[in-house]
Design a protein around this ligand. Structure first.
Ligand SMILES: NC(=O)c1ccc[n+]([C@@H]2O[C@H](COP(=O)([O-])OP(=O)(O)OC[C@H]3O[C@@H](n4cnc5c(N)ncnc54)[C@H](OP(=O)(O)O)[C@@H]3O)[C@@H](O)[C@H]2O)c1
Length: 251
């Protein structure tokens, strides 16, 4: 990284998963199957990040607002040395997002749409009229390394937290950008060849290409297991040691 540029943000990912490894039903309609413990965990993880990011598919199917949540989570963010609201980042090739989506109407941090040169100027203008900052990276897919560098430089993002879905997750894994994974393992079986999992897309063809993580903690709360994995890599393994605690949320 050249002088004057910010370091790449630490990138974490959080998903709830059934006992058979699915993250939604075959219709992709039900993905909020976690308990209230899982819900709290989701907001506690958001409270460690400057920005929360999802793919457009997740925003469309879950209509999530990607915001910091109730006052006590906003207070937790302050204790973590962060602003009360996280930035909200949506990744989309076409930037075609319905005006009815809650990311446009619910209070929260600035909304940033990372898109491509494919995005129609009308879609970009419509999102901008609704208050979003739109930035184009790449021709076919969003060039995630470039987009994330821009988030670090222009928006001072040091910790970026991704909440899926499967397509965006796989693009992050393919670019080798994920430092930490949180999985809530839930006592459900959804089955189904087409039910989404944590990462989809083309995938890796061999063990040599596959991304490797190390299990760093397992915690049971109620009927669910909360797992944390950190990447196995020379450069970042050191930063991963000891994990991220609420008190040391920033590196
Ligand atoms: N259990 C959980 O914790 C959890 C969490 C999140 C989501 N889910 C579930 O997962 C399913 C959604 O999965 P999904 O794979 O459709 O989700 P996704 O990755 O959120 O959305 C796919 C869309 O995001 C955009 N996108 C993703 N990667 C991109 C890239 N590299 N470049 C440009 N655009 C990119 C594209 O948007 P455009 O179409 O706008 O171009 C693409 O069509 C839903 O059923 C959801 O409920 C479950």
């Amino acid at each position: 990284m050249g002088s004057g540029r910010s370091a790449r943000p630490w990138i974490s990912l959080n998903m709830a998963m059934t006992a058979d490894g699915k993250t939604a039903t075959a219709t992709r309609s039900i993905s909020s199957f976690g308990s209230p413990h899982d819900r709290r965990h989701l907001y506690e993880l958001r409270a460690q990040a400057d920005a929360v990011m999802t793919g457009a598919g997740t925003v469309r199917s879950e209509n999530a607002d990607l915001a910091a949540g109730a006052n006590h989570f906003r207070a937790l963010r302050r204790r973590n040395g962060l602003s009360p609201e996280n930035l909200r980042v949506v990744v989309s090739r076409g930037a075609k997002l319905s005006p009815a989506l809650r990311v446009f109407s619910e209070p929260g941090g600035a909304l940033i749409i990372l898109t491509t040169r494919q995005a129609h100027p009308r879609a970009v203008a419509a999102a901008e009229r609704r208050g979003a900052a739109v930035a184009r990276f790449g021709a076919r897919d969003v060039d995630l390394p470039a987009a994330i560098r821009w988030l670090a430089d222009a928006w001072k993002v040091r910790r970026l937290h991704c909440e899926g879905g499967a397509e965006l997750n796989q693009a992050l894994f393919a670019a080798d950008l994920v430092d930490e994974i949180h999985v809530t393992w839930c006592p459900w079986i959804f089955g189904g060849r087409t039910s989404p999992t944590l990462a989809e897309g083309v995938g890796f063809g061999s063990l040599a290409e596959a991304r490797r993580f190390r299990l760093s903690s397992v915690r049971q709360r109620g009927k669910e297991l909360f797992l944390r994995f950190v990447r196995e890599s020379r450069a970042l393994a050191r930063s991963a040691k000891g994990g991220v605690t609420r008190r040391s949320a920033r590196r």
